[in-house]
Ligand binder design. Structure first.
Ligand code: AR6
Length: 174
């Protein structure tokens, strides 16, 4: 089992898959989603558009994940997952966030990926406090890694401050 915290732009990482903190349309947005679409090129949007809607306008409900190729990225795949919008923490946010990590790791296992990089899902526009998101992310990943085995997991933070929060949660988890 290997979980490592780094500070980097996720779009430049040479891993089997990078994870996109998307919205349920899967048709792009700001933050890391916008950066991934820009770096992967227009074929990524075409691939996302081709994913079946589960209801009008929703290709990926909150807490679920979908996989596409990485196109112009160094990464072979993008796994798109939709984190919860923070509404104070008592509206199922922790279990939805845990589900994002679990469902993404399930797809990683299905595709026999050896390395994967996650951004801090929900910790930007969606407003999830990083100090509360980090322990949820780590607990879910640790659970998944019991069955997923030898996958190298990178938690790719966009600032040293965010990396420090995740590092503290990793240390606290022992
Ligand atoms: N590499 C790594 N991390 C990044 C990068 C990057 N290039 N760019 C931003 N981050 P956010 P969310 C960090 O807002 O909160 C989009 O519009 C960022 O600093 O991207 O899940 C989607 O379409 C923050 O720590 O995702 C949705 O509508 C983290 O990534 C909505 O935002 C997540 O911030 C999703 O919101």
């Amino acid at each position: 089992m290997s979980i490592q915290i780094i500070t980097a732009d996720i779009t430049g990482l040479r891993v089997d898959a990078i994870v996109n903190a998307a919205n349920s349309t899967l048709l792009g947005g700001g933050g890391v989603d916008g950066a991934i679409h820009r770096a992967a090129g227009p074929r990524l949007l075409e691939a996302c558009r081709a994913i079946a809607e589960v209801r009008p306008g929703v290709r990926c409900p909150t807490g679920e994940a979908r996989i596409t190729p990485g196109f112009d990225l160094e990464a072979c795949y993008v796994i798109h997952t939709v984190g919860p919008v923070w509404h104070g923490g008592h509206h199922g946010e922790p279990s939805q966030l845990a589900s994002c990590y679990r469902e993404t790791m399930r797809l990683a296992r299905e595709h026999e990926l050896a390395s994967i990089a996650f951004p801090a899902i929900s910790c930007g526009v969606y407003g999830y406090p990083p100090e509360q998101a980090a322990p949820v992310a780590l607990a879910s990943l640790r659970e998944s890694l019991v069955t997923t085995g030898n996958v190298r997991v990178l938690l790719c933070c966009f600032s040293d401050a965010m990396a420090a929060v995740y590092q503290a949660a990793l240390s606290a988890a022992g």
